[in-house]
Write a protein that binds this ligand. Structure first.
Ligand code: ARG
Length: 592
């Protein structure tokens, strides 16, 4: 189905043409003066020059042709040359009915393709922190949006599991627990399957090792040596690395589970190490990579560049590969395994230039062809109320789990207040379960409702509020709808047999108009990798629903047909909200 604006524009284009003007002038937009009309067309103004005619006259000519057009209840040409338009009740009703009959509520599905979303990006042995929130939350939503559009999508976590942090941890462990067999070069037996440390140990070992390496060059040299040995295949270090991975991944999974984020591929930098030598050779043989100051680089500058574009360093002068070497090899790996037509990367926007270099390098060196699009979605920072990056009370980087705790705790207080106010008596378990679900909506909506590139303020009070542009407000609306539908069903109404009918008042019509925006907003979210579009849509849909709810008596409506049509519209609103909350990545509780 075409979106609503497109459908009404068709009529106005035709009218321009019939009146002797260019059809393309008939583009309709939502009115910027909703007090005067619902939609407007400014084409007459644009055509004035071309036709040497007063815009008002053109508008009047077109208005005359639109007389009797069933899609409008009012067409008015007003000075200096606007066309003010109101859509007819029958037209909006018919549109919403067609949406309700369509499997995807009016969204036109593109040709399905295979895509990869690279998000999460945590580093092994380091705790997940506030910086990992956005990648997880936005990435998960984008993955779901791409899937909703019929694509086969693989979410890949792309762990940092091969760099210096591994050598640091290994070296520090060798000092603390020298008796472990991993450090005994003469050991030939089976290494223990159980790790000799917990994630809590890791969380202490890594920062300690990192601090020491910054102070002590000798310590750092040992850590680098351990990194190299690991990468070259040292048997004990590989076994220890495996243990560190297991412990660390189990902890990552706990964190991501709490966010309802899951990955299809648990790959990392280590996954593609074996591809690097061949890839580097190809780059050299192809004449792309050359030596510069001992390092191997590929130029990625283009003539049209206005900003500095340094070459992509493939191999450092000491022979080590880098972060981008791995990303390039990962592109090669994904092309070979999945032939995707799109790869979307989610990272902090400070990596913008980095990804530009990597993408150019991948194209230039033929790792990837024109059939595959490479997209970097760079996001802004999570700030505290003071506007600078969010910190713990003691000034440290907050752990992701603490952030989730904070929201859940805040939510639990509100849920308890709320149930008490309603005189509802619930168990602690039930209260916690609701707090978890609503808390997830609070944290995700709080993040996703901002355009990704913008920074935002992590504000527990605001995010957990049941009023305003928040996750809990959206859920509250969903819960209200579901509860009305449940009551109706209990009263014996056959919801499946209820039909949507032309609106009987303004709030009824306004709800239909709000619903009708679904396909346009989903397409924007899809094309722009922009979950905030969906948030904006469901916020106005929720507002329209709540006004409708307050202005009409739904269950007690006396006219049976009207009541059924209200319920049918409610059911559709509920279904659409469900799709949207799924796409954003949170669940609707039964009560809250
Ligand atoms: N581990 C990286 C970091 O902490 C993020 C990885 C992002 N993904 C990628 N393909 N480079 O910055």
């Amino acid at each position: 189905m075409k979106n609503l604006l497109e459908e009404i524009s068709q009529y106005v284009r035709k009218a321009f043409e019939e009146a002797g003007y260019d059809a393309s002038l008939g583009k309709v937009g939502v009115s910027n003066r909703p007090d005067l009309c619902e939609f407007q067309c400014n084409g007459a103004m644009a055509g004035a020059k071309q036709y040497h005619k007063a815009p008002l006259m053109i508008a009047q000519d077109v208005a005359a042709k639109l007389e009797g057009a069933s899609c409008f209840s009012r067409v008015e040409a007003v000075a200096p040359g606007f066309l003010n338009l109101d859509i007819s009740n029958d037209f909006i009703c018919d549109y919403v009915v067609r949406m309700s009959e369509d499997e995807h509520f009016g969204v036109e599905m593109p040709k399905p393709a295979t895509m990869i979303v690279d998000y999460g990006g945590p580093n092994v042995a380091k705790p997940l922190h506030v910086g990992h929130l956005r990648s997880a939350v936005i990435g998960e939503s984008i993955k779901r949006i791409l899937r909703y559009m019929g694509n086969t999508v693989y979410g890949d976590i792309h762990m940092g599991d091969w760099g210096l942090q591994m050598g640091l941890v290994i070296y520090e462990m060798s000092l603390r627990m020298p008796e472990l067999p991993y450090f005994d070069d003469s050991f030939t037996g089976e290494y223990p399957a159980e790790a000799a440390f917990t994630v809590t140990d890791l969380e202490e070992i890594y920062p300690a090792a990192s601090a020491k390496s910054k102070e002590d060059p000798d310590y750092k040299a040992h850590a680098m040596e351990a990194t190299l040995k690991l990468q070259e295949g040292h048997r004990g270090y590989r076994a220890l690395w495996k243990c560190i991975m297991d412990v660390s991944i189990a902890d990552m999974k706990r964190n991501y589970d709490r966010l309802d984020v899951d990955f299809d591929l648990w790959n990392g930098e280590s996954t593609v190490q074996d591809l690097i030598p061949g890839m580097v050779k190809d780059m050299k043989d192809g004449g792309y990579a050359y030596e510069s100051d001992g390092a191997l680089v590929v130029d990625v500058k283009e003539e049209t560049d206005t900003k500095e574009m340094p070459p992509c360093i493939i191999i450092k002068s000491d022979g080590a590969s880098l972060y981008n070497t791995t990303d390039l090899a990962t592109i090669k790996d994904r092309v070979a395994k999945y032939s995707p037509t799109k790869m979307v990367y989610l990272t902090d926007k400070r990596q913008d230039l980095y990804f530009e270099q990597v993408f150019r390098c991948a194209r230039k060196t033929d790792l990837i062809g024109d059939e595959c699009e490479l997209i970097h979605v760079g996001f802004g920072t999570v700030n505290g109320k003071d506007g600078s990056p969010y910190k713990t009370r003691s000034g440290g980087v907050p752990k992701l789990s603490d952030l989730i705790d904070e929201i859940e705790d805040g939510m639990l207080v509100k849920i308890k207040e709320n149930t008490k106010a309603k005189g509802e008596d619930i168990s602690d378990d039930e209260a916690y379960d609701r707090a978890r679900k609503v808390g997830l909506a609070a944290i995700k909506y709080g993040d996703l409702s901002n355009q990704a590139t913008k920074d935002y303020i992590f504000d527990v009070d605001r995010f957990t509020s049941f009023e305003g542009d928040t996750g809990p407000y959206i859920l509250y609306t969903c819960v209200r709808i579901n509860s009305i539908l449940r009551k109706a069903a209990a009263e014996g109404v056959d919801l499946g047999a209820c039909r949507i009918q032309a609106p009987v008042n303004e709030s009824h019509k306004a709800l239909m108009k709000a619903i009708s925006g679904f396909n346009a907003e989903i397409m924007s979210a899809y094309n722009e990798y922009a979950p905030h579009r969906i948030c904006g849509y469901i916020y106005s849909l929720s507002n329209a629903f709540n006004s409708f709810y307050h202005e009409n008596h739904i269950l007690t409506e006396e006219d049976a047909q009207t009541r059924e049509s209200f319920l049918a519209l409610l059911a559709l609103t509920g279904k659409i909200l469900k799709v949207c909350t799924d796409l954003l990545g949170f669940e609707i509780p039964e009560r809250m």
